[in-house]
Design a protein around this ligand. Structure first.
Ligand code: HSE
Length: 301
């Protein structure tokens, strides 16, 4: 038996659409046992898994199949127990975690035949974009580049004092729906503004200088096009900033909104939930830390 653990992730972080991402200390754990006598993969849920957290079984198993197909072997009968803390369909990288978990578990079962880079490239093909997959696999704060079909990344550590307040509204928004509102082409001035901000954000993190993060995280391209999908969006941003957040962003495709903080987490989380409530939206707040670790195989026996 062994367990594969993968962190939740927040992608885009404002200006870095499909590029920037970070790992968070909220995890999908998948426990895998060879199940003698069974003839297929079957699932149970355990631990802190909740009804709304029914995991993406299909994705885990699809990912496992991918590796076994490459090796030319059948998946053995398995018992897969899912302990999932990551809300599904809320912009916290649940599908990236499921894909990374399935590929990594299968790779472990075939004797780590494939490199991390190979697994990452398959994961990105399955997910369609790299910004959640990369930090899910390597942890930290990452920037991904897809060049001639291959994924390359750089990884930074966030300054330790940065905490992440993630406010999860009580509705699901699919990535497909959130991508459908985006145009094929964007304005050059907006592109330049986002490029400047993404580079500035990355350099600020590198230098541990958080002073202008609120400006660097102010995306002008896709958040304005998605905000109508999230009631209370503007007020949540405003109230988070007023309560002391360093910077605020839609987490991935949303609807979760994340705020970076260094000390006012409680007030920021409360203010963001109140802003959602004033638009008739229930929400819950998760007080998170950046996770330095990506996918990990635990408890091998
Ligand atoms: N970059 C992607 C998007 C992340 O915003 O559509 C989706 O999780």
């Amino acid at each position: 038996m062994f367990t594969v653990r993968v962190p939740a992730t927040s992608a885009n972080l404002g200006p870095g659409f499909d590029t920037l991402g970070m790992a968070l200390d909220l995890y999908l754990n998948i426990e895998i046992e060879i199940s003698y006598g069974m003839n297929q993969v079957f699932y149970t849920t355990g631990g802190r898994a909740q009804p709304r957290n029914i995991p993406a079984e299909d994705l885990v198993v699809k990912a496992m199949h991918k590796v076994f197909e490459k090796v030319g072997r059948e998946i053995p009968p398995l018992k897969v127990t899912i302990h999932n803390e990551i809300p599904i369909g809320c912009g916290l990288g649940s599908s990236a975690a499921a894909i990374a978990a399935g590929l990594s578990a299968a790779n472990f079962m075939v004797g780590q035949r494939y490199s991390l880079n190979q697994i990452m490239n398959w994961a990105v093909q399955m997910e369609g974009h790299a910004d959640n997959i990369v930090p899910a696999m390597v942890g930290g704060f990452t920037t991904a580049m897809v060049y001639e079909g291959k994924v390359y990344y750089q990884r930074l550590s966030l300054p330790e004092e940065i905490k992440v307040v993630a406010v999860v509204p009580d509705f699901v928004l699919s990535t497909a729906e959130a991508r459908a509102v985006l145009p094929d082409k964007v304005d050059l001035k907006d592109t330049i503004a986002n490029l400047q901000r993404a580079c500035y954000l990355l350099a600020s993190i590198y230098n541990g200088d958080t002073r202008n993060i609120h400006m660097a995280m102010d995306d002008v391209i896709y958040q304005p096009l998605r905000k109508h999908l999230i009631p209370g969006f503007e007020l949540v941003f405003e109230m988070a900033a007023d309560a002391g957040a360093l910077g605020v962003a839609l987490s991935g495709a949303g609807p979760t909104i994340v705020a970076f903080c260094t000390g006012d987490e409680g007030q920021v989380g409360q203010a963001m939930m109140e802003a959602f409530a004033s638009h008739g939206v229930d929400s819950r707040v998760l007080y998170l830390n950046p996770s330095a670790e990506g996918v990990k195989i635990l408890g091998k026996r």
